[in-house]
Design a binder for this molecule. Sequence first.
Ligand code: ADP
Ligand code: MG
Length: 322
Amino acid sequence: PQVANQIAAGEVVERPASAVKELVENSLDAGATKVVVRITAAGKKSIVIEDDGCGMSAADAELALQRHATSKIETSEDLHLIASHGFRGEALPSIASVSRFRMQTALAGSSEGVEVRVDGGATTEVRPAAPRMGTRIEVLDLFLNTPARLNFMRTDKTEDAAIIEVFRALALANPSVAMLLELDGRKRFDFTPQDERSRVMAILGSDFSDNSIEMAIEHEGMQISGHLGLPTFHHRDSTRMLFMVNGRVIRDKQLLAAVRAGYRDVMFHDRYPVAVIRIEIDPADVDVNVHPAKREVRFRSPQAVRAGVISCIRAAIEKMGQ
Ligand code: ADP
Ligand code: MG
């Protein structure tokens, strides 16, 4: 299982930022109202995530570190479950197999807690701990036992930038959650619970410079909404273009292309707009399991999605012109 976990880790945790993404998503899934992320040395030394979510019982905490995908696919029903919910139960065992991993958690309202320690996936130690509100996970010395991954890591500056991008996107997708990011002891973001527009402005406000427009349309059963920058506030890269599908942050080349196509008539071809696009779509019309890290999706009807995004942007541009 250690080797299987390390192989899975190669898919799920490519770099510190992907571990941050998985852990913060778990905190959000646990219903946290506050998530704190502390990073040391670009996540190479330590990644600490604290949440006030529902926590886990001792038994569940231990289970969470066992790999679901290989151990549990026994019946076609299991396969169906995996097809509908994604590669479940990969993240924690994967991360724990390539780090020194510590987790303290307690079930909400319980009078006792538990601490689980895993060192490079080799040993799992479970011991009682003080009760607490939510879960605290510490990932130390990431990739300590996978030299190839370690060598593949970029400079601290680059890895920090990737963490910031992941954090920003998750914060955008979850405006009602308080979220704090600290890099080497310095606060980088400290978001209080906000409405959607305030969170967008808190994150991209200086890019929009107050010159943004909101637009929401319905297109073939999808709800497509956007906070869109004016064409004069463009950029040379796509880092200020963010997409959420059913509340999950995704990265999709076709959506990037659709947004640029929407702006085509009003923006130079080598420039990128500031744009936050949300798509609410019937879950049956989108496959979120293309990649274990769950950043890519496959739409049943990509043409309809593209057309919807383009109409949303065209409508916004028309409104801008008025
Ligand atoms: P998945 O999220 O796909 O289920 P993970 O490996 O990320 O797989 O997590 C395994 C399980 O551990 C989750 O399903 C959840 O039950 C539990 N878990 C992980 N992180 C947390 C957390 N911060 N709070 C509460 N439960 C958690
Ligand atoms: Mg998860």
